[in-house]
Design a protein around this ligand. Sequence first.
Ligand code: DGJ
Length: 685
Amino acid sequence: MLHLRAAGVSLVLDARGGVPCVIHWGADLGELDDLALAALADAVVPAVPPSSVDVPLRFSLWPGLAEGWSGRPALAGHRQGVPAPALRLVALGDSWVRAKSADDSLELTTELELTPEGVLRIRHRLTNLGDTDFELSGLNMLLPIPEQASELLDFTGLWAHEREPQRGSLRHGVWSRESRHGRPGHDDAFLMMAGEPGFGFRRGRVWATHLAWSGDKQIWAERSALGYGALGAGELLEPGEIRLGPGDSYETPWLIAVFSDSGIDGLSDRLHPWIRSRSPLRLPRPVVLNTWEAVYFDHDFSVLGRLVDAAASVGVERFVLDDGWFTGRRDDKRALGDWYVDSSVWPDGLHPLISRVVSAGMEFGLWVEPEMISPDSDLARAHPSWMLDSSLTWRWQRVLDLNNPDAFAFVRDRLAALLSEYPIAYLKWDHNRDVLTPGATHRQTHALYRLLSELRASFPNVEIESCASGGARIDLGILDLVDRFWTSDTNDPLDRQKIQRWTSVLIPPEYLGGHLGAGAAHVTGRSSALGFRLATALFGSAGIEWNLNAASPSELAVIAEWIAEYKRLRPLLHTGVVVRADAADPANEVHGVVSQDRSSAVFALVALGTPRSALPPPVRFPGLDPNRVYTVRPIGTPPKMVQDAAPAWLSVGSVTLPGRVLSELGLPSPLLAPEQAILLSVDAS
Ligand code: DGJ
């Protein structure tokens, strides 16, 4: 028997022989000795229904037809047309289980880890012990979910509209989300949640899974007519993609599985501390200015030099030169692969710009898109065979075949040369198309991980941001190798509120780039107030994506104040507990970050639209210590309000009340105009 327990979560595995069965994954079952565990495992053997296999069906760690499981299987594949044989347990360790097929031709090892934060990780490794090839078509991790987990929440999306939540009920059958983009994609399912009906941010039990993988994948929820429910996930393999020769192994990505008895926030509350402990970031996160929406491809030192000065004057700490700096890249139709500084635009290389950045006290960052190649590039003309096999272009570009050792070495060495020649602190690493080459993404994704690993080993001080046409590659596989995600290409605060809210369920906010854009958002054309844009960009790894040369002196003064406030708040924002109130009226949302010791917090009340009632529901402050007394006061740029008189506490300027009162009763909401936000600091006495 295996009983893993941590942070209010239990996983019980009956591995006494035959096939290991998952008895329980969910709330902590308490201390159980060997006898109690065995008694539990025996007691939960189910009835045998009519018209079924004649033995009780239990939820195996490797469900498949051999045990009578007719749902999606863990293992699928064949050897010269003969399906994979059944597996039987042969060895058990503290955190792993090993099985072999009866004919000794396959060996499967499953690692299970329950972290101190209560995050469960599972992965398999399959080895071909036979003397002929084994063709693998799928190797998945599955976990049981109970009958209460009958409501699903996962995500879809589009470019600039990532992580759009979608809810539905789990009925008999499979709800499966598949990515064939060669990257997770804008419509990535991201996190598959199954919970009690009506589960919210702060209520209901929820079971959730994520696959830590940046290539093709499937993630699903299933309930069978027998009554079993499951969450499953694995890499999505094309026919012929994984052929294991004698002695070869295939290892799955990690399945990340989280249980919460306190809604979606409870998931974040396990995931964020775990992610922070295993992928520690250098804090404080610097304030970024990115040139993309400021100048696009129009690189001109006189303009960019003034932008450097303006950035430094408001308190920016990292200046990032986006797309357009390399040979021939005057638009997005050409030149990817020609990673040499364009001497027609930068006759002295990037040195004059970088010197200006560094002497203004900032770090320098550079945009690259190493996995891509433009057909119209010197690189493609010299090495047409380095382009992956898909004649379709997308943004006029093709994919560089990183499994070609020469192509891999070229791009690695070019990046290394740039990082050696220039004091580059940061790479914005982009990926702007789907791969669209059948059978290529497993190897391409591993090659990407190798490329990132090699560069990080050689340049450990260089930070990397994962960008993929905005947020099309945000996952816990690549997070081991990067320091920041570009959350979305939209800087429109109305879209950003939603995208950041949902992306931060999985990813802690300090990894998520959020930039202040121009008054009229470039992607949507919608205009919004400076205060709303600032309050939105504050809750992440904050930055600017606006041509500050065109900002007015008063706007620059407000931005400088905002940056100063952000610098004061970021120790809290980037280490605290992310909380979101369940909204009775979707027009008004409350979210915030509470310090780990619950002594201080920052909240935002956000008006996304017009409320349903003249007096919207009170502002409730989740996550505070009920037994401490807090003072609430507004901070930041005052929003536009539409009220004849403000609520009493706001007219006075602050209020001091116990945490229990602030969480339960809340404070009367100020009447914000649509698309406005008010920031509230909450400090214990
Ligand atoms: C897509 C990214 O998401 C943008 O931020 C920008 O870097 C462009 N690519 C540049 O081509």
